[in-house]
Each structure stands twice: as C-alpha cells, then as structure tokens.
Design a protein around this ligand. Structure first.
Ligand code: J2J
Length: 550
C-alpha cells in the first residue's frame, strides 16, 4: 500500500521529475527497449545456460503472466531467495514486469528472517531453489507459509517435491498458441508508472520490526543510470555477479541491472570462491566484478597460483566494509586489474572512485556520490555540522535515498531526521576534493564480511536462553572477514553455557548461520553506560583483552 511507503515531499518529487531524474517509467518496461535494441546479444549466462536479450524478455514476460496465474496481483510482493543463476535474473525481471515487488532475501536466511520479513511485507509467494547446498529450501518455504498472506504460494526453481509447490520451469514453458507480442502488450498496459515499489531491499535486523527498504521504479532506475555512468559500463561490459545477487551492490550498482541497461553481458556464478570465479572470468572474458574486502582478499591469495587467464578483468569494485589502504594498494599487483572503491547502502546513497581516479584517490578514499542531487552532511553528536574535513556522522538525502523504511514509523523517527535526512550511522570525513573516507561507525551492528548483523537482534534472541541473565553482542576485529560476532554474557547463578550451545540454539531458532556468534565471553558483570545500557566501547576493549589472553 502506498501509504506504507514514506514519500518524498511533493515539491522535491516535482523537482526530481523536472530535472529528469525520475522518468515515470517502470524498470520492467525498459527490458523490452533493451531487447528491441539488441535482441540477439547474450544478456545472461551461467554455467548451464545462456540467454539473449530477446529470450530473456520473452521468458520474463511468460513468468510475469505465470505469477498472475498463481494469484499474484499488481502491488503484491514475493520473497525471492535464489542463488546466482540465470533463473534469478528471469525471476527478477518477471516480477518487475508483473508489478510484483521481489523481496531480496539471501540464500543463508532461514525461518526467522523469511518469516519476519514475509509477514512484514505481507508476501504472497516464496520463490526458492528447492535443494541448494544440501539444504531443502522448499521445505523451509512451506514452514514459513503460515506466517504469510492468505493463499501464499511456494514457487520452486528446480524439481518440487510437494504437490502444493509450483514449478518455475512449468511457468517458463510456452502455452499452446503462445504469442510473445500479444503478451508484451497485455503487460505493457499494466506497467507501473514510477512511484510504485520496484523492489524491497533488506537492512539490518529482523526480530523486532524488520528494516525493509522500498525502492520505487523512479528512484531505482535513476540510481542504476547514475551508477552506470559513474562506472562507464557499456555494451562491452561483461559483469560477473559473484556476491549474493540479492544485495543492492551486485543487483543494481551497477551490477546486474546496470549491465543490462548498458547492453552488456551478466555472468552469474553460484559462489565467490576463487576457483569458481576465476574459471568464470576466463570462460566469459569478464571485464568487471564486485567484491567485499573479505572476498577480494581470498581472490588475491589465490591469484598467484591460478592457471586461469584473468587478463580480461579491467576492474574489481570493492565495497561493503572497510578496505585498508595497504590491501587496496596490493589489488593491482595481485589481480592485474584496477580498483574501484564503493561506499554504498541499500538505503540509497552510492559513492564510487571513478575509473580514471588517481592511485591515491582509488586506494585512500571511498569515492564521491553518483548524483549531483545527492546531499551529504557530516554532523557531530549533537547534530551540528562539523567544520569542512572534520569527522562526524554522515547524513544524506537525495533522489534515490528513500525517506523512511517500509511500515516502520518508530524506526523512522530514529533513523531519519525530521527534515528527511537518513542517518547512515557511519563516521566519515569528506576530503577537499569531495571524496568520502569512511572512518568508523556509531550504529550498533557487526559487519561480517559485508553481511550486516544487528547486535540488538542477536541480543534479543540470546536473552531467550534460560542460562542468560544479560547479554551484549559486539564486534571482534578479524583479519579475514573484518569482524566477527562475540556474545558477552552474564549467566544466572550456577549456570554454564558454551559457544556450541549458543550456536545450536540459534540454528534451532531458524536464524541465518552467518549471524551466529563465533566467540563467547562469560563475565561476572557487564559494564554499563550512565543510562544503564551495556557499554559497547568498554565491552569491545574487555573482549579484545580476554580473547588475546586466551
Ligand atoms: C566501509 N563501510 C562500508 C565501505 C558500505 C554498494 C556497496 C556497498 C553496499 C552496502 C551497497 C563501505 N567502507 N566502502 O548497498 O550498493 C557499510 C556502511 C554502510 C553499510 C551499508 C552498494 N560500503 N559500508 O554495503 O546496505 O556501514 O550496502 O552504511 O549492505 O555498509 O550496507 P548495505
């Protein structure tokens, strides 16, 4: 429902339209423009299938009508939990064509995440891979159904094992008398006009009110256009999606959608493992890919010994968590390609170092915003702007940074100022040349290899353990993944607790495995702030002292 999405103020919306940022066109409608321009060019490839732009458009349209037959209507939403395969792209574009908003879940998500988010957005379908990495996602989807909208359906990419599931392959088959042109017209008539929700992206925790970001066709299309321009993507671009495709970074910055908009080729690979990635780079002559620092470190370690030819690779885009300048400087020698740093967020604002940046800018900064209409403000704890070049929390707003989370008025009062600035929770400084340098953060989360874990979510869950009197989750620095979760607990008298028990509890609660603590510290007393909350700064110091002694 439109009222659940916080709109931009009317005068600004008008200004963004007048300036040509918002064009009133659905992302789905663009698919056919691309297909008409270069129907026979390869749009998407994985190691099982290659689709031309025309084939992609035809399959997306078929599936769009298939979703309608399953009972999904304009304005509905569907949880999409698919690995990086050609089907991911078809499902994404089918949703955009059908005006069904895909909710970008990740393959490691379980009942806790799918249930909470599915209920929050009132999802009408769960689209899953069947079996993936020995895990039965079809069964997971059926366990989640009771928490979703009435008559919600499970759609399986693969061979369903239950009668109640629909099979994706069936919806992609031509029906007798299949007529692509007529179907295209039928769908064009129903196309959204811009302000409708195109996709739902996820942010942070899921236990209380999930933070779900509704991105409109207008704002996301603009974001994608600006990202394509900032990264100079064009028809020669061969983009490898190695990060989980449901993340905003590989999805649209410029990622999958940006590559398609530029007329390039998207290559989907099911894992960011060096062997899989290097083989795909060689096979498809990949020119650009995206990674979080933890992943690029693994690639750098493996590159020296690889027999694969990586010479087609021109850039690797790195973002999502802190990249140290010395690792940044080693990327070109190790991988033989340039580095483009990215500082971005599913909430909107995206910054890049440009392809022609000096080495200093590319290694030492996280780049500049992609739009001239992005507004950035660096403030101190009281909300007062700091002097130029000073460190403070970054606030931002602009034509592709929504003004609130979906259906979350209380959260919005915290995360947005009354005049519409989004509080990023990141500490930054902005150089004289306008480049953002990320210096730390004030928000209470743990950034494990680019996956954001809400400390509050983990604390709330662990508080359910009968042994636990009080708990705090903090980040522990880690050379490989940047940070890992450490649970600090005070136990009830005479009780004991092990890390294994904590992890087993979270698995049983249906929480994604990447969120489970990897360290456990038991204390007699938790340090508190004057207002009685666990003192995270002192806890981090205590934990690092305890773990380094161990
Ligand atoms: C330090 N922290 C960073 C960076 C993001 C492109 C790139 C990344 C994301 C993303 C994205 C960082 N150095 N270079 O959506 O399109 C941390 C900040 C930020 C948070 C956002 C994209 N780049 N971060 O990471 O929504 O704390 O988006 O606020 O997952 O990641 O996380 P997320």
């Amino acid at each position: 429902m439109a009222s659940d999405v916080v709109p931009w103020p009317a005068d600004l919306a008008h200004a963004y339209r007048a300036a040509g940022c918002w064009r009133g066109e659905s992302l789905g409608a663009q698919l056919w423009r691309w297909a008409d321009d270069h129907p026979d060019r390869v749009a998407v490839a994985d190691d099982t299938r290659r689709l031309t732009y025309r084939e992609l458009a035809v399959l997306a349209d078929r599936l769009a009508e298939g979703l309608d037959r399953l009972g999904l209507r304009r304005g509905d939403s569907a949880l999409v939990q698919l690995p990086n395969t050609w089907e991911f792209v078809v499902v994404l574009l089918a949703c955009l064509r059908a005006d069904v908003a895909p909710v970008m879940m990740l393959p490691p998500h379980r009942e806790s995440e799918l249930g909470a988010i599915g209920a929050h957005v009132d999802a009408r379908a769960v689209i899953v891979p069947g079996m993936w990495r020995s895990y039965d996602h079809e069964a997971l989807a059926h366990r989640v159904l009771p928490r979703l909208a009435d008559k919600a359906r499970v759609l399986v990419c693969g061979e369903p094992r239950r009668e109640a599931s629909a099979r994706l392959g069936d919806l992609l088959e031509p029906a007798p008398g299949d007529d692509a042109a007529q179907r295209r017209e039928r769908l064009d008539v129903r196309a959204p006009t811009g302000a409708e929700v195109a996709v739902f992206l996820l942010s942070g925790g899921t236990t209380a009110v999930p933070k779900v970001i509704a991105r409109t066709h207008d704002d996301y299309a603009y974001n994608i256009r600006c990202a394509v321009a900032a990264c100079a993507f064009d028809a020669r671009t061969v983009y490898l999606a190695a990060l989980p495709a449901g993340h905003n970074f590989p999805l649209a910055n410029p990622g999958i959608l940006g590559t398609l908009a530029a007329g390039g080729r998207v290559v989907m690979v099911g894992s960011p493992r060096p062997d899989a990635v290097f083989a795909a780079i060689e096979a498809e002559r990949v020119t650009v890919t995206a990674a979080v620092p933890a992943v690029v470190l693994r690639w750098m370690d493996a590159a020296a010994a690889t027999r694969h030819d990586l010479s087609s690779l021109r850039y690797v885009q790195v973002g999502g968590s802190m990249l140290s300048p010395d690792v940044a400087a080693r990327i070109r020698p190790a991988l033989g390609c340039g580095l483009q740093q990215v500082y971005g967020m599913a909430e909107g604002l995206i910054c890049y170092t440009r392809p022609d940046a000096t080495d200093e800018v590319a290694t030492m900064t996280q780049g500049a915003p992609i739009s001239a209409y992005d507004e950035l403000l660096v403030v101190d704890r009281d909300g007062t702007p700091v002097p130029p070049g000073g460190i403070g929390e970054l606030l931002t707003r602009g034509p592709y940074t929504p003004r609130g989370y979906y259906r979350a008025p209380q959260q919005n009062a915290e995360s947005f100022t009354t005049d519409g600035w989004y509080r990023t929770g990141d500490l930054v400084r902005i150089t004289a040349a306008g480049h953002v340098v990320v210096c730390g953060r004030v928000k209470d989360l743990i950034n494990r290899g680019g996956e954001k874990i809400s400390a509050g979510e983990i604390e709330q869950l662990l508080q359910e353990l009968p042994e636990v009197a009080e708990v705090a989750a903090v980040a522990v620095p880690d050379p490989m993944v940047g940070e890992r979760v450490c649970a600090v607990v005070r136990l009830h008298p005479e009780r004991s607790l092990t890390l294994t028990a904590v992890r087993a509890f979270l698995t049983a609660r249906g929480v994604a495995a990447f969120k489970a603590p990897e360290h456990l510290v038991v204390v007699d007393q938790l340090p508190h702030t004057p207002v009685g909350k666990p003192d995270k700064a002192r806890l981090r110091a205590l934990v690092s002292a305890t773990l380094s002694d161990a």
